[in-house]
Design a protein around this ligand. Structure first.
Ligand code: SAH
Ligand code: SF4
Length: 388
């Protein structure tokens, strides 16, 4: 018996081989692909294919479609958070954001994550498994088809929303560069003129800074945007907030960012999850400004979203404003990102975390994680709840 395939796991060449295996001419592969791009994966609905081919495909395709387990809407219909159950029962989140003339899908690349960042709900729950390339592609397809066919119409939608996906960000659950093959497969699918036709500039990959994989991705010569989750610009604090820093410390990361820029001619953006009394001091401003200037990067500040089981919080308003102003004064190109859809559990992994907790489970690493992390020595002010 042949192994069942997920057609979204196949690139154009592999689809051509599949069609050839069934003794069909090559234009059938293009027809099949066009259906898949439109979100149709049931062969019986592919009406321009011959009945014999539809029957054969029915046999070949395994059960791969994710089930929509939960759907939360926030920000007056502009943020849709989807909890998807994969065929083996693993769950991932996909977020659709409808702002201005964009429809951005935030996709997950792993069920869980092995990187263990202590402020992140996904990191708390640990690693479950890699997603296949097809499972990543399907998240984009699902959001696009839902927009085009009005499947979200029963939920609040902003009146001016676009009717197809315009941007894809690899910023959901998991570390995209720890699943580089699946990430590249999805990037190619999105970027392909016969696939989603999204320009590489409409694609953003966020990484914790896996240096060897950054070099491999750079060698693909794609014009996509790379976002590096920095969160600390001294090794001592970054070792704690982003544990992979112990393998790839800041000097190594800075070199990787510089060579990314040189190879792709694209500026990298640095993500900084701003955590009260942890990485929001004047010393952090100075270190971040120096690092951003060194690698000539843009900086995005994201006030921390509350995470189940973690007692850290975003700083108060004046502290956030001071932090951003300090960077501007130091000549850094900085954007304060609003925490879109917070009422829908905006940060990655949070919907799932709440779902698990709601069904009586505990997040293994969550309780006490924040307490283990030493607070920045330069942080002044009274002891806070993290220290106590
Ligand atoms: N693993 C990749 C991509 C997924 S996480 C990475 O870490 O870059 C996407 C972004 O969400 C990262 O910048 C991450 O630091 C941020 N994030 C995680 N938990 C958060 C929280 N509680 N509040 C705000 N941002 C958070
Ligand atoms: Fe993984 Fe990114 Fe969360 Fe860190 S922030 S645990 S790398 S998903």
């Amino acid at each position: 018996m042949t192994t069942p395939v997920d057609p979204y796991d196949l690139d154009a060449d592999a689809l051509a081989v599949l069609v050839e295996d069934h003794g069909e001419p090559s234009f059938r592969a293009e027809q099949l692909r066009a259906w898949l791009v439109r979100g149709v994966d049931e062969p019986e609905r592919m009406t321009n294919l011959p009945a014999s081919m539809r029957a054969a495909l029915e046999e070949r395709f395994g059960p791969a479609r994710p089930a929509l387990e939960a759907h939360t809407v926030a920000d007056a219909g502009r943020t849709h958070k989807l909890l998807l159950a994969l065929p083996d029962g693993e769950r991932v989140e996909t977020v659709l954001m409808l702002y201005a003339d964009r429809a951005t899908v935030c996709v997950s690349t792993q069920a869980g994550c092995a990187m263990g960042c202590p402020f992140c709900a996904t990191g708390q729950a640990g690693f479950r498994r890699q997603l296949t390339g097809g499972e990543v592609v399907r998240q984009v397809v699902l959001a696009d088809a839902a927009l085009r066919t009005g499947q979200l119409a029963d939920r609040a939608l902003p009146s001016d929303h676009v009717d197809h996906v315009t941007n894809v960000v690899f910023m959901g659950m998991g570390e995209p560069l720890a699943n580089l093959d699946a990430t590249l497969h999805a990037i190619r699918w999105c970027n392909d003129p016969d696939g989603f036709r999204l320009g590489a500039r409409h694609l953003t990959v966020s990484t914790v800074g896996l240096v060897p994989a950054m070099a491999r991705l750079a060698s693909e010569g794609l014009q996509l945007t790379l976002a590096v989750s920095l969160h600390a610009a001294n090794d001592e604090l970054r070792d704690e907030l982003v544990p992979v820093n112990r393998q790839h410390p800041l000097d190594e990361l800075a070199d990787a960012i510089t060579s990314w820029r040189e190879r792709t001619n694209r500026r990298v953006s640095l993500e900084w999850c701003l955590i009260g009394d942890v990485n929001d001091s004047p010393r952090d401003v100075a270190e971040l400004a120096a690092f951003a200037r060194r690698v000539r990067a843009h900086v995005n500040i994201i006030p921390m979203n509350p995470t189940p089981g973690v007692r850290w919080r975003e700083p108060d308003g004046p502290t956030i404003r001071r932090f951003v102003a300090g960077l501007e004064d130091a000549g850094v190109n900085v954007t304060l990102r609003d925490t879109r859809g917070r009422d829908g559990d905006a940060a990655c992994g949070q919907l799932l975390a709440r779902y698990r907790l709601g069904s009586g489970a505990t997040l293994p690493a969550a309780v006490g994680a924040a307490d283990r992390v030493p607070v920045h020595t330069a942080t002044s002010g009274p002891d806070d709840e993290v220290m106590s």
